[in-house]
Structures are given as structure tokens and as C-alpha cells.
Design a protein around this ligand. Structure first.
Ligand SMILES: [Fe+2]
Length: 427
């Protein structure tokens, strides 16, 4: 079995309309046998021009991810309603199955709809149904714990079910409460050759929209100003809902006391990056689109739009752009002997950052590895090399913020919203 990345050109017409060159990642069994590819080809009229870009070489990771997702789906859709009904002695379990399916399917759909439509009803569905989905996740885990107690103790079935429900309710309530708290992650970062100290504030993944709006931005801007940074970095996913794509919601950005720089994240692109850039430029934010700027003293900032690291690496949230970190960094006027910061939404492309003599990479995107326990145990091993905090690759230091917002589930369990304050000092 091997992984392949396949590009389909925009000239494709038929049932599948593609806005631009799109990349698919496929699994193939044996030589040239790619069932998914064959199915896709049948849908294309006339047959698409497919170009095999490269072998991914990350197949075990992709297979492990698929297994995790299938186990989770089976657990949520089938095991949870079946076992809960069984333990509580419910005769008509079908309504439990139907209720779970509606919560998960409508909740998941509302996350997509919220990025396209400015609707209070969609935002409400996004907030409530995804919170209920989080509750179902912990009910699933609680029922597994109940199975163990039933097997090894004399616990009655009904009590085991109530214990699982209570556990799920408690963790969910904590998770929702914690999703609306944030702390300051204050770090000193030594930079080779930096002539004078510079303080950076990192506001990543605010994800304004369905889960939060203007008041959250006001709180985070106030905390940022309190830290008195020299520069504010906004490394993407400022919004994830259409309801935040307006001047009124984003207005607190104009209150930032330090110059602020923004690059796009995947959610900004999904909601409407062009409109977002127009609004925040008018609020005084400097938008970087694969640009290099001088921050004063002897420090330069490279800001990249959201893109894939290269053509070979598997990305869970791939960019549709053909520009990659590998292709764009060598074309930028980065002075190799001047300390440099690279801002890119996701913490990928570290080898290319190293080749470009970057000293510090600043990213977000990971939400600490999926926001809620037990996701970080899986995501931080299978999906992200770096999940949070300050890391190092060769001479590049990589700061990954857990972000200041939430996506999909309005919960944080085992992760934390954080405002990054990086105090850069010379070495
Ligand atoms: Fe993201």
C-alpha cells in the first residue's frame, strides 16, 4: 500500500466542478490499483488530466488516522446510543440513535454553513449542537469506563449509565467554561545577533464567528496592550464564521497600541480572505502576502499566506494554492545575516525555514492538538510535529500558539486558550 498525491487540473468539467487545480491524497493497494481514484475518474466527464505528483511516504500515519476516525464514528453513532439505552433499559432505542445522528450531522453541517452564511440561527446551531457533540464524545468515553466498572465491580447497570452521564456532563461543562478563558504564555526567546530586545504578542486562531465575537476580541486586545508589545502578530484564522466578517466585529483591532501584522489561515480563506483583508487594512492592520518587512532595529519579518510546505507532504488541511513554502521562500528578499521571524499559519515547512536562515517561526493552527482530550494524544503524534510552545529544528526556533479561540467544539479540555508574549533578546 502506498500514498499518492494527485493533482487534477481546473480544465475538468462534468459532475465535479473544481475552482482551480486541486490536490487529492489517495491510498493505493498494489501496483496501480487505486479504488478511490477509479471511482473519482468515473465521475469526471471528460476524464480529467491526472498528474501523479509524488509518493507521500506517510501512509502509516494516514491509515492510523483513518482507523481513529472510524472508531470514533462507530463509537458515537452506534455504541453510545445502543449501550446507554441498554444500561438504562430503554425499549425504543431508535430515538436515541436518531437523536445522536441529528446532533452530530446537523452540528457538523452548521460549522460549514456558518463559514458561508451570516445567520444567527446557524451560529446558534453551531454553538449548541457542537457543544452537545462534545458531550457525546465524553459520554462515549464514560460508557467505556462504565464497561470496566461493570466487569470488575458489582456496579448496577443503571448506576453505571448515570455515572457515565454525570461524568460527560461535568467534563463538558468544564470544557465550555474553559473555552472562554485565556492565559498569557510569557516566554523569553534568545535570538542570535539581535541588537535590542523586542516583545512580540501572538494572537493566533481567534476564530471569530460562531463561538465568539467582538467582546472576545476586545478582551484579548486589552490584554495585549497591557503587555506593552512592540509588535503584534496575527498568524491566521482570525475568523471562522461569516458573522464576524464585518467592520463592527473586528473594530477592536484598531485599538492595538503596537503595529499589527496578519497572514491568512485556512479558515480565513474559507470564509472570505479578500473581504477580511480589506476590512482589517482599514483598521490599521498590515496584511502580509508573502512579504518581508523590517521591524526596526535589525529584525525582519517574513509573512506567508496559508500554503502547503511542499508538494509531497500530507496535509490534513491542504491549501489549494500551487505556491508552497518550499517554492516561495527562496524568491523572497530575506537578508541571511539579519535576525528573522517567519510567520505562517501552520507550523510546517521547518526544513525550508532552516534553509532560509530563519531564526524564529511563529504559527498557530494546532489548537494545542485538537482542543479537547484525548485528541492531543493522537494529533500530537500523528498529525503535528509541533503542537504547542517553543520547539527547535536545526537552528530554527518554532513557537506554536494553542490559539485564542475554538473551532467545531466550543470546548477546551487539556488545552488552553493563550496569548503569546515572546520577549526576544539577543544572544
Ligand atoms: Fe487553522
Amino acid at each position: 500500500m502506498a500514498g499518492l498525491a494527485v493533482e487534477v487540473s481546473r480544465s475538468v468539467h462534468g459532475l465535479l466542478q473544481l475552482p482551480q487545480t486541486t490536490r487529492f491524497h489517495l491510498l493505493c493497494w498494489g501496483r496501480g490499483s487505486c479504488p478511490v481514484l477509479h471511482v473519482s475518474m468515473k465521475l469526471l466527464k471528460p476524464p480529467a488530466e491526472l498528474r501523479i505528483v509524488s509518493r507521500i511516504g506517510q501512509t502509516p500515519m494516514i491509515v492510523a488516522l483513518i482507523i481513529v476516525v472510524l472508531v470514533l464514528l462507530a463509537g458515537l453513532f452506534f455504541y453510545t446510543p445502543w449501550r446507554l439505552g441498554n444500561l438504562l433499559g430503554v425499549r425504543r432505542k431508535w430515538w436515541l440513535f436518531a437523536g445522536v445522528a441529528v446532533i452530530i450531522v446537523v452540528g457538523a453541517s452548521s460549522t460549514r454553513l456558518a463559514s458561508k452564511y451570516d445567520s444567527a440561527i446557524i451560529d446558534l446551531a453551531y454553538l449548541t449542537l457542537t457543544a452537545m457533540t462534545g458531550f457525546l464524545l465524553y459520554l462515549f468515553l464514560g460508557l467505556i469506563l462504565a464497561e470496566l466498572l461493570l466487569r470488575f465491580t458489582g456496579l448496577a447497570k443503571r448506576r453505571a449509565a448515570l455515572m457515565a452521564l454525570l461524568l460527560a456532563a461535568t467534563i463538558s461543562a468544564y470544557g465550555v467554561w474553559n473555552a472562554y478563558q485565556f492565559e498569557v504564555d510569557d516566554l523569553e526567546v534568545k535570538i542570535e545577533g539581535l541588537e535590542r530586545p523586542v516583545t512580540l504578542a501572538v494572537l493566533a486562531d481567534l476564530q471569530l464567528g460562531g463561538h465568539r465575537g467582538r467582546s472576545w476580541l476586545e478582551q484579548t486586545v486589552a490584554a495585549t496592550n497591557k503587555a506593552k508589545p512592540d509588535v503584534v502578530l496575527l498568524p491566521g484564522d482570525l475568523i471562522d464564521g461569516r458573522s464576524a466578517l464585518n467592520r463592527e466585529t473586528l473594530a477592536p483591532l484598531a485599538d492595538l497600541n503596537a503595529p499589527a501584522y496578519f497572514v491568512t489561515g485556512n479558515h480565513d480563506l474559507e470564509v472570505g480572505a479578500k473581504d477580511l483583508k480589506g476590512i482589517i487594512r482599514k483598521l490599521g492592520v498590515i496584511v502580509l502576502e508573502n512579504d518581508v518587512v523590517q521591524l526596526g532595529g535589525n529584525l525582519q519579518l517574513v509573512g506567508l499566506e496559508f500554503m502547503n510546505p511542499d508538494e509531497d507532504t500530507f496535509e490534513l488541511h491542504p491549501s489549494a494554492s500551487s505556491t508552497t513554502i518550499k517554492s516561495v521562500l527562496p524568491t523572497l528578499p530575506i537578508a541571511p545575516d539579519v535576525p528573522s521571524i517567519l510567520m505562517h499559519h501552520s507550523p510546517v515547512g521547518r526544513a525550508y525555514a532552516s534553509q532560509a536562515s530563519i531564526d524564529l517561526m511563529v504559527s498557530g493552527h494546532t489548537h494545542g492538538g485538537g482542543q479537547v482530550f484525548p485528541a492531543p494524544l493522537i494529533a500530537c503524534r500523528l498529525v503535528y510535529t509541533y503542537c504547542d510552545g517553543l520547539n527547535r529544528f536545526d537552528a530554527v526556533q518554532i513557537y506554536v500558539s494553542q490559539g485564542l479561540g475554538t473551532f467545531t467544539l466550543p470546548m477546551r479540555v487539556g488545552t488552553q486558550n493563550e496569548l503569546g508574549i515572546l520577549r526576544l533578546v539577543g544572544r
